[in-house]
Write a protein that binds this ligand. Sequence first.
Ligand code: 5AD
Ligand code: SF4
Length: 444
Amino acid sequence: MSETKKLFIKTYGCQMNVYDSERMAANLAAQGYEQVGAAEEADVILLNTCHIREKAAEKVYSELGRLKPLKTEKPDLKIGVAGCVAQAEGQEIITRQPMVDLVVGPQAYQNLPEMLNRVDQGAKVIDTEFPVEDKFEKLANHAGMKSAPTAFVTVQEGCDKFCAFCVVPYTRGAEVSRPARQVLEEVKQLVARGVREVTLLGQNVNAYHGEGLNGGDWSLARLIRALAEYDGLDRIRFTTSHPNDMDDDLIAAHGEVKKLMPYLHLPVQSGSDKILKRMARKHTRDAYFRIIDRMREARPDLALSGDFIVGFPEESDQDFNDTMNLVRRVGYAQAYSFKYSERPGTPAVDRDQVPEEIKSARLAELQELLTQQQKDFQQGLVGKTLDVLFEKDGRQDGQLTGRSEYLIPVHAIAPQEMKGQIAPVTIDVNHRNSLGGYLGPVKT
Ligand code: 5AD
Ligand code: SF4
């Protein structure tokens, strides 16, 4: 037996990267790699990177710069780059930063143990292939992982939609859904380990069409309805969805499946039909409104979240105003907004760009409105009693932190034994990004 090696993984980007990092750690644990919390203690450092915007992608090079003295001090230290920058840039990463030993794209993680063996023998190893074999079969094992009350489970990966701004179809590849059997088994394993809430992940999660249990394809709604049958699993969430894949059954499920949480992340990106067309979103602003209206009919207390891009090429003041009035009409509980960032290889790169200072001004205006809406949504919860799944210690002594049905973090004084339990909390404070409350119903 070789001695234990110490592995440090730093994760950037989306929740799917968080899931992937956990899977890589579990897979390598079986090969004798123990996960540590600091780069300084590690024999192997993996950066699991994001390529969605230029700023996200550049982070990997600043981090590599910071790691350089460690590598000089400890020449045996191995440094790997995983994730979407690895997929997009491949060899280029080693050319720019020769101390990198390994580059691995998201579809090749099942090969990591063998790749690390080759690195140990002094090779530089790059794998950005899209293999036909099923990586999830090899990576789905959760044994040995720290147990927690919530977990992510990837059910779908990749994207065939090719929005004009987006790298995902290139970094994560074509849309693939995992067979329902695999997902059900993985969730069963998680529930046995104490998980009470799962978030089903996919870049286009509501386009899920995995092989069903008795032949034929299952939709996301069908999968959710099957998972809702599991005793011990109390909450189901999913992210991220595309408006065009919100089918009737998925909308209906929000009114019928108690375990499906009243929260929907449904990016629209822009409120202007002209820009939506140029983004190749394949839906209009009215189509988006219709879905939101139907979702609210099915689940009146739904909390909505979205993604917005400002300053997409050729966005005029009028187009931006259309985004602002879409936001006013919908009313978001929470949202993400970004300045358009040119991504190499995507269709929008060679178009007329909006000047940086206009992008910044529009982003500030949009974020002010979204922040106000978040504040208002949270204020509407003050005085109400919400079910909270307690996950971890809060910031103050004696406090625990968990999430409400609406995904907003809630802090309350609660005993340690309540970690992993769902309990009613009456909200009495609205913080910026969280709520505070006390255990139990409203005190009169
Ligand atoms: N520039 C800015 N934001 C982007 N997003 C995706 N690509 C870009 C880009 N090139 C945003 C979208 C997407 C979220 C994950 O990131 O809003 O929904
Ligand atoms: Fe970033 Fe998209 Fe890759 Fe997630 S899938 S890490 S958001 S580029």
